[in-house]
Design a protein around this ligand. Structure first.
Ligand code: FAD
Length: 480
C-alpha cells in the first residue's frame, strides 16, 4: 500500500495531532522533516530557538523509533525534496500543518500548487490553534473575515469545543528503506548551544504539573514576574510539542473539579483566556495577511513612528535606566523568554517613550526568543503599539516605575536580572521617581547601572501630543 508522506514543521509531536490524524486516515504514514531555507533562516535568527527545535526533533525521532519507524530528514527546497521522496516510496499524498503568518501561508500555497502539479494530493491541517479560524467564522458567519476585536471573539470561543485527535496508538507508520540524513544539530544553524531537553513528553509533564499547581494561581503569576509561575509553554506551543487543543480541553475539565476554590477556578479561566488570545492572534494573521508588515488599523499605517532613537541600543541591551524594562530585556537575553507582563511594559517603552516603530522591537526580540510564531509576535507588538487589534481610545502607555512598584514591589525580579542592582535593598529600587531625583538615589550612585535615557513623563506627553495631532477628528475605527 502506498504510504502517505507527512511533513512535520512546527508540530513536533504524535499526540492529539490534526495533521497526522488526517494523514493516517488515508494510509500508513512516512514521517518527514524537510529543513528548507525558510526554516533554516528562522533557526539561524535565534540560537536558543535552534537548540529547542533540535531537541524537539530528536525527541520526535525517538518516539517514532519506539513505533518502529524514524523521522526521514532532508535539507533543501521543500518541493523538489518532497517530490523526490514521494517518487522513491511511491506516495501519492502529502500532508502538513497550516502556517498562520502571511509568509508561511504563502509558502504553504506554493508548496501545495507544486505538489498538485506533480500529481500529488495534499492535505493541509489546521493543527496550531485549539479552535481554528474556520470554526469561529462558521459558528458565526456574520463575522465575515474573522474577528478584529478580542471581546466578541472570546465570547464565541468559550462556547466552542476543540476537536480531539488523541489516538497516537492507532497511528500506523510505513516501513521504508528510505535513508534519512542526520538529525538537525544546533551548530548547523550557527548556535553554540547543545540541543535543548525538549519534546512532547516534557511538554505534557510541564502542562500537567501546571494544571495541578501554578495554574491555580495563574492570576497571581501574571502579575508577579519574580515568581516565574506562568505556564512557560509558549515555546512548546509554537513548535507544537503540545497541542493547544489538549491544553484547552484538559483545562476546561479541570475547571469542572468541584473541589476547586473560586480563586483557583478563576485563575484557570484566566489561563484559558490567554489560550484564547493565542487563537485570536492566529486567526487575525490568517484573515489579515497584510499585518505581516503593516498595522491592522489602517488609520495608523502612516503614523510617524521613528526608525531609530539615540537610546535604541540602550533599550536593546537592557540599559535604559528603567529597572523593570531592563530586567525584562536581560531575562530575554539570558533565557530566550520574558515574563508576559514585562513584555508589555518593555514594548510600551520602545514605542512610546522612545517613539520607535514596533517593527524594530519585533525583529530585535526575534533574535532572542525561543518561541517561533510570527503571528503571535506581530499581533502582540501591534497591540502594544496601539496599531493593532486593541481598540482602546488612547495608546496604553505604561509608566515603567509605577509598573515596577506594582508588579515587583520588593524588587526581586529586578535584582535577579540586573546584577548591578542585586545588592540594593528593595526600597532603593522602588523609590526613584524622576530622572533628576534619581541622580541622588543609591540606584545610580557608585555602580555601573545607567541613568534613565529619557524622562518618562516628558516623553509620554510628547508622544501623546504627536498622537493627538496625527489622529483625525473622526476617532478610531469601530470594529467587530
Ligand atoms: C510585545 C509582546 C510580544 C510577544 N511576542 C511573542 C512571540 O514572539 N511569540 C509568542 O509565542 N508569544 C509572544 N507573546 C505572547 C506571550 O507573552 C508569550 O506567548 C509568552 O511566552 C507567554 O508566557 P507563557 O508561555 O508562560 O504563557 P502563559 O501566560 O502561561 O499563557 C499560556 C499560553 O497562552 C498563549 N498566550 C499567552 N498570552 C498571549 C498573548 N498575549 N498573545 C498570544 N498568545 C498568548 C501562549 O501560547 C502561552 O504560552 C508576546 C507578547 C507581547 C506582549
Amino acid at each position: 500500500m502506498a504510504p502517505v508522506l507527512y511533513r512535520f514543521t512546527r508540530d513536533l509531536r504524535l499526540h492529539d495531532h490534526a495533521g497526522l490524524s488526517a494523514a493516517s486516515a488515508l494510509g500508513e504514514v512516512l514521517p518527514v522533516l524537510v529543513i528548507d531555507r525558510a526554516m533554516e533562516a528562522r533557526l539561524r535568527t535565534s540560537p536558543r530557538r535552534a537548540a529547542f527545535f533540535c531537541g524537539a526533533a530528536a525527541a520526535l525521532d525517538a518516539s517514532l523509533r519506539e513505533r518502529g519507524t524514524q523521522l526521514v530528514v532532508r535539507r533543501g527546497n521543500a518541493a523538489p525534496v518532497l517530490k523526490q521522496l514521494a517518487k522513491a516510496c511511491g506516495a501519492h499524498t502529502l500532508g502538513w500543518s497550516a502556517s498562520f503568518d502571511a509568509l508561511g501561508v504563502q509558502a504553504d500555497r506554493k508548496l501545495q500548487s507544486d505538489m498538485e502539479e506533480a500529481g500529488l494530493r495534499t492535505i493541509i491541517a489546521m493543527d496550531a490553534p485549539a479552535i481554528g479560524p474556520e470554526e469561529t467564522t462558521a459558528a458565526r458567519p456574520s463575522a465575515g473575515d474573522g474577528y478584529r476585536a478580542f471581546v466578541p471573539y472570546h465570547e464565541l470561543w468559550r462556547e466552542l469545543q476543540p476537536a480531539s485527535h488523541e489516538a497516537p496508538l492507532f497511528l500506523s507508520f510505513a516501513q521504508s528503506d528510505v535513508v534519512s540524513e542526520p538529525l538537525p544539530q544546533p551548530s548547523e544553524f550557527g548556535s553554540q548551544l547543545p540541543a535543548a531537553n525538549a519534546g512532547e513528553t516534557l511538554a505534557a509533564q510541564r502542562f500537567r504539573a501546571f494544571l495541578q499547581n501554578d495554574g491555580l494561581h495563574y492570576a497571581f503569576a501574571l502579575g508577579a514576574p519574580a515568581e516565574d509561575r506562568t505556564s512557560r509553554l509558549g515555546a512548546d506551543l509554537s513548535f507544537g510539542t503540545i497541542a493547544a487543543r489538549t491544553i484547552v480541553r484538559e483545562t476546561r475539565e479541570r475547571i469542572d473539579d468541584p473541589f476547586l476554590l473560586t480563586e483557583e477556578r478563576n485563575s484557570l479561566k484566566l489561563f484559558l483566556r490567554s489560550m484564547a488570545f493565542r487563537d485570536f492572534f492566529l486567526q487575525l494573521a490568517w484573515y489579515n495577511p497584510q499585518t505581516q508588515t503593516e498595522p491592522l488599523q489602517e488609520k495608523m499605517r502612516d503614523f510617524p513612528f521613528a526608525k531609530s532613537h539615540p537610546a535604541l541600543d540602550a533599550w536593546r541591551s537592557g540599559c535604559t535606566g528603567y529597572p523593570l524594562v531592563d530586567a525584562g530585556i536581560r531575562q530575554l537575553h539570558a533565557t530566550g523568554w520574558m515574563h508576559p507582563r514585562v513584555r508589555y511594559i518593555a514594548a510600551s517603552f520602545l514605542c512610546f517613550d522612545l517613539g520607535v516603530d514596533w517593527r524594530a522591537g519585533l525583529s530585535e526580540w526575534d533574535r532572542h526568543l525561543i518561541e517561533d510564531e510570527a503571528a503571535l509576535a506581530i499581533g502582540n507588538w501591534q497591540w502594544a503599539a496601539g496599531v493593532g487589534a486593541d481598540l482602546a481610545a488612547y495608546p496604553r502607555i505604561f509608566n515603567p516605575r509605577k509598573q515596577a512598584r506594582r508588579f515587583d514591589p520588593a524588587g526581586a525580579y529586578i535584582r535577579t536580572w540586573i546584577p548591578e542592582l542585586a545588592h540594593l535593598p528593595a526600597g532603593a529600587i522602588g523609590a526613584a521617581r524622576t530622572a533628576s531625583s534619581q541622580i541622588e538615589l543609591p540606584l545610580f550612585s557608585g555602580n555601573a547601572y545607567p541613568q534613565p535615557v529619557v524622562d518618562h513623563e516628558r516623553a509620554a506627553r510628547e508622544f501623546l501630543k504627536r498622537y493627538q495631532q496625527f489622529m483625525p477628528a473622526s476617532g478610531r475605527q469601530a470594529s467587530r
